[in-house]
Write a protein that binds this ligand. Structure first.
Ligand SMILES: Nc1ncnc2c1ncn2[C@@H]1O[C@H](COP(=O)(O)OP(=O)(O)OP(=O)(O)O)[C@@H](O)[C@H]1O
Length: 241
């Protein structure tokens, strides 16, 4: 399942959610939820459509504010990046998308092109550097989003269903990239519908259903002996109601 040892030493601060809920127009969509993530593990967020996976990721990353409860990085807020199902790219060339991200994060101008080109090379995009980012294929756009995240050297990387619109070769490229981030010591929090993908990547699983965190545990245990009826049904591929 996981052929790579998980690095255990990390300076990345723990992420703690305490009593987090997200309510919209009087309807509670998520929580209350308590959660603590440490180390630089690969945590897969799983659950059926509408379970609250995206909400959880957005709350943890700070894109949404909880309606109640606290999202707390204990110690300091780490460098973070997020990769979405549909990459958000500027109407510029692939290279310019990366040099822009470096400019925003304060990289001195003389270094930007060199570093951006290294990242394009790493993600197999070197030949496409002049191409407008928005005409790249879905898989290429996702690799560009990953290259941009790579340049920001995140301590925590959020990926929200990054492969759900991709073909198998592009999925493989994204999974390889996730593993590279992991080897670099980045904590990964990634949502996915795909059980096979979760088996390939996960150290631990968060299983959500109807806005509730039903299970949080080691991937091996989750896949072989899930504790809840909902997770058992999900793993068997049944409809979870
Ligand atoms: N910003 C928002 N405002 C209001 N409702 C929202 C918001 N974001 C999500 N929702 C609703 O909250 C519920 C959970 O949504 P979420 O996108 O987190 O589910 P998900 O588990 O990621 O689902 P999927 O697998 O379909 O992507 C859904 O019913 C959705 O319509």
């Amino acid at each position: 399942m996981n052929d790579m040892a998980t690095p255990t030493l990390t300076g990345t601060p723990p992420l703690e959610l305490q009593g987090v809920t997200f309510t919209h127009r009087g309807q509670r969509l998520l929580g209350p939820l308590d959660l603590r993530l440490t180390g630089c593990r690969r945590t897969l967020v799983m659950g059926p459509n509408g379970a609250g996976k995206s909400l959880l990721m957005r709350l943890a990353h700070g894109l949404l504010a909880p309606s109640a409860g606290r999202v707390d990085w204990q110690g300091r807020t780490p460098r973070q990046a997020m990769v979405f199902q549909r990459p958000v790219l500027l109407k510029r060339s692939a290279l310019a998308n990366l040099t822009y991200a470096l400019a925003v994060n304060g990289t001195p101008r003389p270094e930007r092109r060199t570093r951006a080109r290294e990242a394009l090379e790493r993600f197999g995009l070197a030949a496409l550097e002049k191409r407008p980012a928005r005409v790249l294929s879905g898989g290429e756009q996702q690799r560009l989003a990953l290259a941009r995240a790579w340049l920001l050297d995140p301590e925590v990387l959020f990926l929200d269903e990054p492969t759900s619109a991709l073909d198998p070769a592009a999925i493989q490229a994204v999974e390889d990239a996730v593993q590279e981030f992991h080897r670099r010591g980045t904590r990964i929090l990634m949502s996915s519908h795909d059980l096979h993908q979760a088996r390939r990547l996960a150290d631990e699983v968060l299983f959500l259903n109807a806005g509730r965190l039903i299970e949080h545990g080691d991937a091996a245990t989750f896949f072989t002996a899930p504790a809840s009826r909902e997770a058992r049904a999900f793993i068997r591929g049944e409809l979870v109601l």
